[in-house]
Ligand binder design. Structure first.
Ligand SMILES: [Fe+2]
Length: 240
């Protein structure tokens, strides 16, 4: 666990699977150029949610979103602003701050808060009301090539979320023209691993405990089947 001030927990990064086949979309960028909503400016602001707080109900309740976004995400953003005030990082994009802090062990607290701020923005944008289902076009081809079938991908993503011990994240990423499912612990993010994040699911308990208590698999299944935004994933894949 990481508290709101960013005290570091385990930094182990587990890569679950690297099932692979070439992704024939317009090229997989090295994670540059994500939407402005994910970048911010000085002082960094809490980006607005892409939907109303009750829009994901009943999969994720408005109460959960209210705490998760309004308390947890906001705290990460506030902590970053406090930690970069008066430093050369003030005025940098959130993505640049994450990258800078990741390479400096003395800035572990800043990394934890900045990466959590970035990961949460990415998570909100990975979800939409009445989402789920299958991707289309070259993204579906990439999924089927990498995982054998969409069901193979679905099973692997659920497994990643279930087997992330403690707090963390389950991701679909692209790396070297291949799609992969990976999991990261605590605040760790594929942004700093040369991977292009396409979708993510938050598996910290604060993401689901009010609605599902300890039933993480029920939360994961409901999110994968009902909320994932494949259009967001396709945009990330195509982005250079
Ligand atoms: Fe979270």
């Amino acid at each position: 666990m990481i508290d709101s001030t960013g005290n570091p927990g385990p930094t182990r990064r587990d890569f679950v699977s690297s099932a692979a086949l070439a992704v024939t979309a317009a090229g997989v960028a090295a994670s540059a150029g994500f939407p402005a909503i994910l970048e911010g400016a000085a002082p960094l602001s809490l980006p607005p949610l892409p939907w109303a707080e009750n829009a994901l109900d009943p999969v994720i309740s408005a109460k959960t979103i209210g705490y998760h976004y309004g308390k947890h995400h906001r705290a990460y953003v506030d902590n970053v602003n406090g930690l970069i005030a008066g430093t050369p990082l003030e005025g940098q994009s959130l993505e640049a701050i994450v990258r800078a802090a990741a390479s400096d062990p003395a800035r572990k607290g800043l990394f934890n808060n900045a990466a959590q701020a970035w990961n949460h923005s990415f998570y909100w944008n990975s979800l939409k009301p009445k989402g789920g289902g299958k991707p289309e076009g070259s993204l579906l081809q990439g999924v089927e090539a990498a995982f054998g079938s969409f069901d193979g991908f679905r099973k692997e993503l659920l497994e990643a979320g279930m087997t992330q011990f403690g707090s963390g994240w389950a991701w679909l990423v692209a790396e070297g023209g291949k799609l992969k499912v990976v999991k990261t612990a605590n605040a760790d993010t594929p942004l700093t691993s040369g991977q292009t994040p396409l979708l993510v699911i938050d598996v910290w308990e604060h993401a689901y405990y009010l609605d599902y208590q300890n039933r993480r698999k029920d939360y994961l299944t409901a999110v994968v089947d009902g909320l994932l935004d494949w259009e967001f994933a396709a945009k990330n894949l195509a982005r250079k």
